[in-house]
Write a protein that binds this ligand. Sequence first.
Ligand SMILES: NC(=O)c1ccc[n+]([C@@H]2O[C@H](COP(=O)([O-])OP(=O)(O)OC[C@H]3O[C@@H](n4cnc5c(N)ncnc54)[C@H](O)[C@@H]3O)[C@@H](O)[C@H]2O)c1
Length: 387
Amino acid sequence: MAKEVNVGLIGTGFMNVAHSFGFRNCWPVWGGECKPVMKCIVSRKEETAQKAALEQGWEEYSTEWREMVKRDDIDLVDICTPNFCHVENVQETAKAGKDILCEKPMANDLAGARAMLEAVEKAGVKAMCGFTYRQVPAIRLAREMISSGELGEIRHFRAAYLQDFIMEPDFPLIWRLEKEYAGSGALGDIGAHITDIARFLIGDIESVSGTLETFIKERPKEQPQGGTKLKDTAGGSEYGKVTVDDAAIWCGRFADGPIGTFEATRFAGGRKNHNGFEINGAKGSIAWNFEDMNYLDYWKEGEGARQGFRKVLATNEETPGFENWWPDGHIIGYGECFVNQMKEMMDAIAEDRDPEPGFEDGVKCQQVLEAVTKSHEEKCWIDVQDV
Ligand SMILES: NC(=O)c1ccc[n+]([C@@H]2O[C@H](COP(=O)([O-])OP(=O)(O)OC[C@H]3O[C@@H](n4cnc5c(N)ncnc54)[C@H](O)[C@@H]3O)[C@@H](O)[C@H]2O)c1
């Protein structure tokens, strides 16, 4: 009989839908000693909370997150709020002694992320940071290939996370476009993901040199229309300043020797969620892109006239993260990454260990983002450990 873990989720936007999908499907797919129970969802507005509970399958709803995290029947709090809320959400939850899953980036800045880590360490609770792409089976396979030495010594990491959803100048000034709420723009929103993928696959980033750009300086202030999708928002007639980057580009040196390039932009016309990387080692190369997430492109040395990139379909029962999914070759998608994420959280609770990635990973990622910002401001290379 599995132990029930009662979950409370804060936020009713995009990530509520993805995380609810994860919790609903986690136990049916993976089983395990711990089984999530979708106990209570929280939104500031009662109507929104009620609608989300009904649509996503939460037993109860509330408008008071501070009360929810203190409830005796809540074991795990899932934080799906905008970045600026994370520090307070985490501090209160840790104080109440509950385990935590918090979305990325950890916070608006490094000081906030460090305060969150301190809060969970002091409280002795488990805490996971929502770097969902670590859960993609093809990425987990890539990690195995790198750590087993199959690719030889790694020389290059080359990543670009490309979207285009804010290209229209009249796209409204949503929270993601204001520093006060988001901390940074493309850098923290999607650059955080490629930074974490780089750390997951290659290791710590030692120094960076980067630049940021904001192409559209003012936008119509947001008039929310309800709903969880970007199309559910519209701009009014009043304008406000965009205070974050639209695009970020940086290069970095990894502690173990490889060098890397990183690009994060929401102005790459035609690219929707093109989160990709290529890694070149002495004996082989691999490449991956989320829009074709089940495949890993793989080139290996020594194949003479037969050489070339082959497409490895990373959906076998031997593929890490795919073991309990469908029969071989029956591919998976975005939602399944969240199912795998919730499995990791449940396993960590069952095994009484820290989930992976933890808040320390979240802080290290934030340190890189802060170093990139500093590099842009000071127009020079920055040692990550100095920020
Ligand atoms: N892991 C991933 O791949 C991934 C993907 C998207 C977003 N995220 C992260 O998830 C978090 C939420 O993003 P989202 O896409 O769901 O955003 P969203 O805009 O769709 O939803 C945000 C939610 O927070 C609520 N909210 C807004 N302001 C608030 C406030 N002041 N106090 C309390 N609640 C408030 C909104 O009503 C909404 O319910 C962010 O930290 C984001 O970076 C992660």
